[in-house]
Design a protein around this ligand. Structure first.
Ligand SMILES: Nc1ncnc2c1ncn2[C@@H]1O[C@H](COP(=O)(O)OP(=O)(O)O)[C@@H](O)[C@H]1O
Ligand SMILES: [Mg+2]
Length: 390
């Protein structure tokens, strides 16, 4: 790596709020010749009461402003502690880190303007007070990436396509990057594409429904279906699957994004109600939700991607890449397209998004824009994020 490289620590917590992912990345140069290498990564748990508070707010439960304010600061400390723990696990001194990128925890996202108090308004809120991070780590921190894209007329999401483009663009091979977090999202990178040729959207649920069902049936004892063990012991309820696949979100044309606001508690209650009517076993519902995730991704690719561009590889990241039932369903339904995990490209599945935000922070540090207007709908490129100096 050239001398002018920076060591950037990316911190990310997604819709699942299952943990903070950290990625330590050495970055140098500038796009399109930007170079980056992952030096290490870590996953830090989010304590149960904090996760419950996040989910309560993110599900739209009315809560006092005091609770959001307190949680913002509590999470700021948690992200700072995650940075400190990651460095000690990776045996690197905080002094060697040039920059921290903190995505924060999304608790609300309204990408498209809605009428509000007399004017169309879009907004987004990622909490985890950034000022606390340099105060506790001594490292300059860039956070709150989404609002600048919204201010430029975009939806504030998705932002990861910038990283997908840098990591996966190929002269001859058309690729789709699929992240299976709480929500599933795709970035389409046609062969030889310029940044403006990249498009991206959320296909629908990834683990959000599976996690909610597992947590419901185990009374909170388990949070997710590790290695699809529960799903594998159930069977697919075809009529329920067909009903769920008819959800209007899947037909909506991109650009589109979704979250807990749509595929949260209410959606899960609908599945549970139909399950009771069918006298379904818990493992059958979990199995069906897993197949729904895979087939809604396939459906989105068939409708909105394959008619536009030739794709030969699907590169999967996010916690869902560790779900064998999800992966084998994708493989079976997409053959002859190669389904690969991001690990093969030097990006461990769980650290992909933290890696991406490290790249965005590096760009901001150099005063360069990093939103892709073709992905977010922004009217112009924007330098993303806010800087808290050490
Ligand atoms: N071994 C595994 N088997 C099945 N699912 C897994 C496994 N590991 C992680 N997951 C799923 O991945 C989810 C977390 O994925 P992640 O990419 O962190 O999502 P987010 O960005 O929404 O936080 C977990 O909630 C779980 O559903
Ligand atoms: Mg996560």
């Amino acid at each position: 790596m050239p001398k002018n490289s920076l060591l950037v620590l990316g911190l990310m917590s997604g819709t699942s709020a299952d943990g903070i992912e950290a990625a330590l990345v050495r970055i140098s140069g500038a796009p399109p010749k930007l170079k980056s290498k992952l030096l290490g990564h870590a996953s830090l748990p989010i304590p149960k009461p904090i996760r419950s508070a996040i989910l309560r707010i993110a599900e739209g439960t009315p809560v006092p402003a005091a609770e959001i304010s307190q949680l913002n600061f509590r999470l700021g400390h948690l992200f700072a502690e995650a940075a400190i723990t990651t460095c000690s696990q990776l045996r690197i001194s905080l002094k060697q880190i040039d920059l921290i990128a903190s995505h924060g925890q999304t608790v609300f996202h309204q990408g498209k303007p809605l009428a509000f108090l007399g004017a169309p308004t879009s907004s987004t809120m990622q909490i985890g007070e950034p000022s606390i991070i340099p105060a506790r780590t001594g490292v300059t921190t860039i956070a709150d990436f989404r609002p600048a894209d919204m201010a430029a007329g975009g939806q504030g999401a998705p932002l990861v396509p910038f990283a997908d483009y840098l990591l996966y663009r190929h002269e001859k091979i058309g690729r789709v990057s699929l992240n299976l977090g709480g929500i599933a999202n795709v970035t389409v990178i046609p062969a030889r594409s310029k940044p403006a040729g990249v498009f991206a959207f959320d296909t629908g649920p990834a683990n959000i429904l599976i996690d909610a069902l597992v947590s419901h049936f185990t009374h909170g004892r388990r949070r997710f279906d590790k290695n699809a063990r529960l799903a594998q012991s159930g069977r697919c309820l075809t009529p329920l699957l067909e009903t769920l696949l008819r959800d209007p979100y899947f037909r909506l044309r991109p650009p589109k994004s979704t979250g807990r606001e749509y595929f949260g508690r209410k959606f899960v209650e609908k599945i549970l109600r139909q399950g009771r009517r069918l006298r379904a076993r818990p493992e059958d519902l979990i199995h069906t939700a897993t197949i729904l995730t895979a087939l809604s991704v396939v459906d989105a690719l068939n409708r909105f991607v394959f008619p536009r561009t030739k794709i030969s590889q699907l590169i999967v990241s996010g916690g869902g890449a560790r779900n064998p039932l999800l992966l084998c369903q994708l493989e079976a339904a997409l053959s002859p397209i190669d389904v690969l995990t991001s690990e093969k490209f030097g990006v461990p599945e769980q650290s992909k998004e933290a890696y991406a935000f490290a790249l965005l922070a590096y760009e901001t540090f150099h005063h360069r824009p990093s939103n892709l207007p073709s992905a977010t709908g922004a009217t112009r490129p924007a330098v993303l994020g806010k800087i808290s100096y050490a």
